[in-house]
Design a binder for this molecule. Structure first.
Ligand code: ASP
Ligand code: MG
Length: 416
């Protein structure tokens, strides 16, 4: 029997009417001849409420009990979804993580999968059950305690099941109808993509296109799970939404597939540090220990000043980590491990990136990008590139303008 994984996020199961709507979509796939594994999130807002209750009860809570409480939101939805399907004469039952079992590490609140044996669920399919409704986001540790995967983890549960059961596809039902060339709130020219490669999605997911948990895309890429993102609030068929797939499945792609942005960035420059072996380690070691997520790094060409070689070191990080980053640098200076003349902070920058697997084989993307920004008089502060991405830091007030200009420059409103 062909098998599908269908995942419904929090807004798709927010109340009983929506659970019924989701169940109808499941029933349709059963009628098409599929066995279905349904992965459900907690009803929207539920996980936040549970986290709040834990924090109010015990500020320095025991992470094992946090997981026991916070995983329960998914249990409720799984049971309700199974009941709803039964009411529609679809043979279904619910599965909590330990019943499958979904074996994970014991890193509570951020557990990782170890194995998902398929025997128990397959035995039920063999008995005539058509749907297994599995609570997302949770698992069981080697010690037999309940674990959770980290916020947004149900996407990753869905992909892991698709891999473990060799599903034909993993459909992620959500409150948007697919992946767009850029944020439709910034330009109405944003276009829904039919297909996007895993690697491109990974760049877009980590850049803040919040549709899929980044880990789920990493897992899908590793196991070549075809992922489809589609709306649970619209009539959908096999061509709806956006397919996230291997690049071999994408015949002709444009050089650039999307423009991503990250609004709340900051740029920090250490002016005039000694240029000697170990200086980068002396700067970025303490930043990493302080939990600062450094993104772009630029080191100037050394110049000789006062007889010794000096350089400027610039990096970017999320704006809410600036205080932590500055303290780590001041502390390192006080301890004598680094020296700088000034610490310049610019907290009003945004990062804009153009992403596309086509860049591997096409020259000129950077030139087009820089020309488009220059035509709008947008100054570029930092540039970084990778094989399939070019990112720039610019003043935050020009962010929308820059996204629109780049979307036009790469003609992303027109299909491939
Ligand atoms: N309910 C969990 C959360 O809100 C997991 C998920 O929905 O993916 O983070
Ligand atoms: Mg989610």
């Amino acid at each position: 029997m062909p098998l599908l994984v269908m995942k419904f996020g929090g807004t798709s199961v927010a109340d009983l009417a929506r659970i019924k709507n989701a169940a109808l979509k499941v029933k349709r796939e059963v009628e098409r001849g599929y066995d279905v594994i349904v992965i459900v999130s907690a009803m929207s807002g539920k996980t936040n409420e549970l986290v709040g209750w834990v924090e109010q009860t015990s500020p320095l809570y025991d992470a094992r009990e946090y997981d026991a409480v916070v995983s329960s939101g998914e249990n409720v939805t799984a049971g309700l979804m199974a009941l709803t399907l039964q009411e529609m004469d679809v043979p279904a039952r619910s599965w909590q993580g330990w019943q499958v079992p979904i074996n994970t590490t014991s890193a509570h609140a951020s557990a990782r999968f170890k194995s998902i044996p398929s025997d128990n669920i397959n035995a039920k399919f063999a008995e005539g059950f058509k749907v297994a409704v599995v609570a997302g986001f949770q698992g069981v540790s080697p010690e037999g305690r309940i674990t959770t995967l980290g916020r947004g983890g149900s996407d990753t549960t869905a992909v892991a099941f698709a891999a473990a059961f060799n599903a034909e596809r993993c459909d992620i039902y959500t409150d948007v109808d697919g992946i767009y060339t850029t944020d439709p709130r910034i330009t109405d020219k944003a276009r829904k993509l039919d297909k996007i490669a895993f690697e491109e999605m990974l760049e877009l997911a980590s850049l803040g296109a919040k549709v899929l948990q980044t880990r789920s895309v990493e897992l899908a890429m590793r196991f070549k799970v075809r992922l489809r993102v589609l709306s649970s609030f619209e009539e959908t068929d096999e061509n709806s939404g956006t397919l996230v797939c291997d690049e071999d499945e994408i015949m002709e792609s444009k050089v650039v597939s999307g423009v991503a942005y990250s609004r709340d960035e900051a740029k920090i420059t250490l002016v005039t540090v000694a240029d000697r072996p170990g200086i980068a380690a002396a700067i970025f070691g303490p930043l990493s220990e302080a939990g600062v997520n450094v993104d772009m790094i630029v080191q100037n060409i050394s110049e000789k000043a006062d007889g010794g070689a000096v350089t400027d070191m610039t990096f970017s990080c999320p704006v809410n980590q600036v205080a932590r980053a500055c303290k780590a640098m001041e502390d390192a200076k006080a301890a004598g491990s680094i020296n700088f003349v000034e610490l310049n902070v610019d907290s009003d920058v945004a990062k804009i990136s153009v992403v596309g697997i086509g860049m591997r084989s096409h020259a000129g993307v950077a030139a087009t990008m820089f020309k488009a920004l220059s035509a709008e008089n947008v100054n570029i502060k930092v540039i970084s590139t990778s094989e399939i991405k070019i990112s720039v830091l610019i003043d935050r007030k020009y962010m929308e303008l820059a996204v629109q200009a780049l979307h036009d420059a790469f003609e992303l409103d027109k299909a491939g």
